[in-house]
Design a protein around this ligand. Sequence first.
Ligand code: GLY
Length: 343
Amino acid sequence: MKGTVYLGEDCLDARLPALTKGQANFVLTDENVFALYPDFFKKYFSGAEIFVMNAGEEYKNFTSLQAILEKMVGAGLKRTSRLFAVGGGVVGDMGGLCASLYMRGISCVQIPTTLLSQVDSSVGGKTAIDVCGVKNVVGAFYQPQEVLIDPNFLKTLPPREWKCGLGEIVKYAALDGDFFETMYQNKENLSSPQLALSLVYDSVALKAGVVMRDEKETGERKCLNVGHTTGHAIELAFGLSHGESVLWGMKLETKIAMATGVCEKEYGQKLLAIVEAALALPPVGKIDLVKIGEAAQNASADKKNVDSKNIVMAVAKAKGEWTILSLVADDYKTALERAARKE
Ligand code: GLY
């Protein structure tokens, strides 16, 4: 990983004047962020070309990609130009991908505005769009030059978005013993903005360390997919947000890992208590557990699978330890249904 992450209330003032100076700039954002922060765009991006996309995962597609790239060509951007992605995970993923494609790659700066994008998607260089109902199936690893994380953006975050961010934060509890203890001790307090701010710092540090050791996900980086195989399957089947789906994915995959003897029971129960505490935060996204088998088939298209027969999951094993669990597709479906029945 080559980029630098700046985190703090003063990082925009500290970095943006230098980053926007001396070349043509292109800003990608969405309608929600653009409406919420007119002064921010006026202050830092008065001379830039600004593309405001529709908000929502359903717009992370070829149509948006084409529209943005055409706008970049129309703006006459050069190889020296810089793209700024200001928004949540969708804007970050799309912005990174457009920067990687334009003239075979221009500089990209990520300015994440949601809890989820601040703790996960803006760091690490994964960029992608969804195609034919498969999440993130077309994309590239493309590291941002800088990531600027200003916690002030979180002040306008709706409760549901907060919960989405917790989905990725809880994931880190499955990877690091100290992080796990902090989350377990504070599980009744997960909606506290003060706690979240310290968790943002720890999450970013943890993630950056993993990505620096394994940028292209040939080994260790797979740990960042804990809960994600089933999470993505649920997201597609039930249209729940990414973070909430990851929480459900962590819950069901931890139960599967416990049932198959892969995850220590006592530790697994404690991890489940953290996941449950996050899931209980309102507003609760509902999934129809009776129909969970329908979600299982979505897992067959998951990028982590190495063949068409087995479903591959990164699961929690013991405090600070994770492992890969691979199940034949039919066994995965049965295990998922059983885990859901034990609700
Ligand atoms: N969100 C998982 C990763 O960046 O690897």
